[in-house]
Design a protein around this ligand. Structure first.
Ligand SMILES: *[C@@H]1O[C@H](CO)[C@@H](O)[C@H](O)[C@H]1NC(C)=O
Ligand SMILES: *[C@@H]1O[C@H](CO)[C@@H](O)[C@H](O)[C@H]1NC(C)=O
Ligand SMILES: *[C@@H]1O[C@H](CO)[C@@H](O)[C@H](O)[C@H]1NC(C)=O
Length: 303
C-alpha cells in the first residue's frame, strides 16, 4: 500500500512536470525573494514595530516607483503580440497610476521623480524601463514580474503562516496583498510570459532568469532603504513627531492611507511635510519597485 504522503508526492511530481516558466523563474529566485521575507523591514511590519517614518518613506518611494512601473506597462502594451494582452497591460498601467487614488498622482511629473526618487528607486525603474523599451517581451516580463509575484507570495505566506495581531497597524496592508485577486493578476501576467517563453531559445531563457533575479534583489533593497533612513538618524524624527505633532493616521479606513511627501535623506524637511502636508492615498493594492542597468549593477554590487 502506498502511504498517503508518498502518493501525494507522486501526484505532485507529475502535477509539476509541466511547471510554467513563471514558476521556474520564481523557484530559481527564491533565495532572493527570501531576503524580503526575512529582512528587517518585513519582520518589523509583521510584529508591528516598524517605524512610521520608515513606512511612510517606503510608501512614498513606492508611489514614485509606480509612476514608472505604469509607463513600463504602457510600453509593453504597445509591443504586445495579441489584443487581449494589449488590453490587459494598458488597463493595468492606468490601474497602477491610480493606485493611490484617481487624482493623487496628477502632479507627479518627471521633475518630481528626479527630485524625490532614491538611488534605489531610480536604479530599479531605469532597469524596468530599459527592458520594456528596448528588449524582447520575454525579458520585459521577466523584469516587471518579480514585483507582482513577490508581493503575492510574500504577504500570502505571511498571512498563512504567521500571527498578525489585530493591533498591528500594518495588518490591513498585509491582508490587502494576501488577497486572492493579487494572485489572479500574477497568473495573468505569467500566462502572457508563457506565450513568449514557449517559442524561445535557451539563451534568452537564461537572460530572462538574470533579469528576474536582478529585479528580485532590488525588491529586497527597496524595503531595506527605508530602514537605512532610520540608521542615519535613528528615527529621532519619529520621536519628535510623536511628541510634538498630531500624528497623521497611518492607514486610514479601508481605502485610504495618509502619506507624507517625504524628501529623501532630508529628515527635517521630510518631517515638516509629514506633519504639515500629508497626502491622502487610497490603499495600496499592489506595490512595485524599479531600476537601470549600469546603476543597478553598481547598487547591487554587494549582492
Ligand atoms: C530563507 O531564509 C531563512 C532565514 O534566513 C532560511 O532559514 C531559509 O533556509 C531560507 N530559504 C531559502 C530558500 O533561501
Ligand atoms: C520585531 O521584529 C524585529 C525584527 O525581527 C526584532 O528586532 C524585534 O525585537 C521584534 N520586536 C518585538 C516586540 O517582537
Ligand atoms: C480594468 O481593470 C479594472 C480593475 O481590475 C476592471 O474592473 C475593468 O473591468 C478592467 N477593464 C477592462 C477594459 O479590462
Amino acid at each position: 500500500m502506498v502511504p498517503p504522503l508518498r502518493a501525494a508526492s507522486v501526484f505532485l511530481l507529475f502535477g509539476c512536470a509541466e511547471a510554467s516558466f513563471g514558476d521556474e523563474l520564481f523557484e530559481n529566485a527564491l533565495v532572493y525573494a527570501n531576503r524580503s521575507l526575512h529582512g528587517n523591514f518585513v519582520r518589523q511590519m509583521v510584529n508591528g514595530t516598524l517605524s512610521e517614518v520608515a513606512f511612510n518613506y517606503y510608501l512614498h518611494q513606492d508611489n514614485l516607483y509606480l509612476s514608472k512601473y505604469a509607463r513600463a506597462f504602457g510600453v509593453m502594451g504597445a509591443k504586445a503580440d495579441r489584443t487581449d494582452e494589449l488590453a490587459w497591460l494598458l488597463n493595468k498601467s492606468v490601474g497602477f497610476l491610480h493606485e493611490h487614488g484617481r487624482d493623487a498622482n496628477n502632479a507627479l511629473d518627471g521633475k518630481t521623480f528626479d527630485d524625490e526618487a532614491s538611488a534605489t528607486t531610480v536604479a530599479y525603474t531605469s532597469f524596468l524601463l530599459e527592458a520594456a523599451w528596448s528588449e524582447e517581451m520575454l525579458l520585459a516580463y521577466s523584469a516587471v514580474l518579480p514585483c507582482q509575484r513577490l508581493y503575492d507570495w510574500l504577504f500570502s505566506t505571511i498571512a498563512r503562516t504567521e500571527h498578525i495581531s489585530d493591533e498591528n497597524p500594518y495588518k490591513k496592508f498585509i491582508m490587502q496583498y494576501a488577497d486572492p485577486l493579487v494572485h489572479r493578476d500574477t497568473l495573468k501576467m505569467e500566462s502572457f510570459l508563457e506565450r513568449y517563453a514557449s517559442s524561445t531559445r535557451e539563451e534568452l531563457r537564461q537572460r530572462a532568469q538574470a533579469h528576474y533575479n536582478t529585479a528580485m534583489k532590488y525588491e529586497a533593497q527597496f524595503f531595506d532603504q527605508a530602514l537605512e533612513l532610520c540608521k542615519s538618524n535613528p528615527c529621532a524624527a519619529e520621536r519628535m513627531l510623536r511628541a510634538d505633532a498630531p500624528r497623521p493616521a497611518r492607514l486610514v479606513e479601508a481605502t485610504g492611507t495618509v502619506k507624507p511627501l517625504g524628501q529623501e535623506l532630508n529628515l527635517g524637511l521630510g518631517v515638516a511635510f509629514l506633519v504639515s502636508v500629508p497626502f491622502l492615498f487610497s490603499a495600496l493594492l499592489q506595490v512595485r519597485s524599479r531600476w537601470g542597468r549600469s546603476s543597478s549593477e553598481r547598487l547591487l554590487g554587494g549582492f
